[in-house]
Design a protein around this ligand. Structure first.
Ligand SMILES: Cc1cc2nc3c(=O)[nH]c(=O)nc-3n(C[C@H](O)[C@H](O)[C@H](O)COP(=O)(O)O)c2cc1C
Length: 265
């Protein structure tokens, strides 16, 4: 069973590849978190793997992934194989340590962990990658996924193939908590005149905080996945003054409609 979270589709591509190769079912963390009656209880088959696949946010897992793990109740788990994959633009710091710490509270322990370098979507800080870099990263990611799939299929333990970057301790222990505390605000999001009220931003919002009444309106907080900005078909959604002249990205290997959190496709 693979629990995944995605903003622009990279982590969904990774989760799908692992799910297809290993015959594992996919569960959307955002869908589960937004379902009002979510019991967060899942029954595992014998020898079923347990996976967590998500993007890296400020050298840690998205806050929603941690909140989901805290609620998670797995029935029947004994010696099930546990792995995690963090997609990123460059590197993930000590993200795997953070995941492991929260899993230990649930009686689980990571057997393997991976990072996959994929196209960057953090346009609040940087820009999207050039088309050449995007292509190169997506090709390399497919190779990395082939290796990850083999490790998981063979249930190899103690395999941690991660790009931590320099000073991972500082990135994850200092910057990540600051990001989680101060960067969740939605005040700077707005839709400009290009908005045609299509409603896609509401359907892809992982935090279910956007409501479109003629134009999108944001609630107080979100996970900063930036799906609204990147998946808007007319590039109408902005964050402050910095995103107007920046590119947009969506993973070309997944369908935007598969990202919809509501069933009315
Ligand atoms: C809020 C935010 C923070 C990010 N922080 C990092 C980071 O610390 N390191 C990194 O390499 N990439 C970072 N990125 C880039 C994403 O992790 C990367 O593009 C990821 O593959 C996106 O996955 P998705 O398409 O499944 O949403 C960040 C992106 C966002 C939106």
């Amino acid at each position: 069973m693979i629990f995944y979270f995605t903003g622009t589709g990279n982590s969904m591509q990774a989760a799908k590849s692992i799910g297809d190769y290993n015959g594992e079912k996919l569960v959307s963390i955002a869908k589960e978190m937004s379902s009002k009656n979510g019991s967060f209880e899942y029954k595992l088959e014998e020898n079923e793997a347990i996976g967590f696949v998500f993007p890296t946010y400020a050298w840690g897992p998205p806050k929603m992934v941690i909140e989901f793990i805290e609620k998670l109740k797995l029935n029947n788990h004994k010696d099930n194989y546990v792995f995690s994959v963090a997609t990123c633009g460059e590197n993930i710091g000590n993200t795997m340590k953070v995941i492991d710490k929260h899993l230990i509270n649930k009686g689980l322990k990571l057997n393997s962990g991976f990072s996959i370098r994929m196209p960057n979507n953090y346009i609040i800080m940087w820009n999207v990658d050039s088309k050449e870099v995007e292509k190169e990263k997506l090709l390399a990611a497919e190779e990395t996924l082939k290796n990850i799939n083999k490790v998981i299929k063979e249930r190899r333990t103690g395999v941690f193939e991660v790009e931590k970057g320099t000073m991972p301790g500082v990135l994850t222990s200092v910057i990540n908590p600051l990001f989680n505390k101060h960067a969740m605000d939605t005040k700077k999001f707005y839709a400009d005149d290009k908005c045609n009220s299509c409603g896609i931003c509401e359907k892809v919002c992982n935090s279910r905080t956007i409501k479109v009444n003629r134009k999108p309106e944001w609630g107080k907080e979100c996970t900063q996945c930036l799906a609204c900005i990147h998946l808007c078909p007319v590039k109408a959604i902005q964050y402050g003054k910095g995103t107007e002249n920046k590119g947009r990205y969506k993973n070309p290997n997944v369908n935007v409609r598969d990202r919809f959190l509501t069933s009315d496709k």
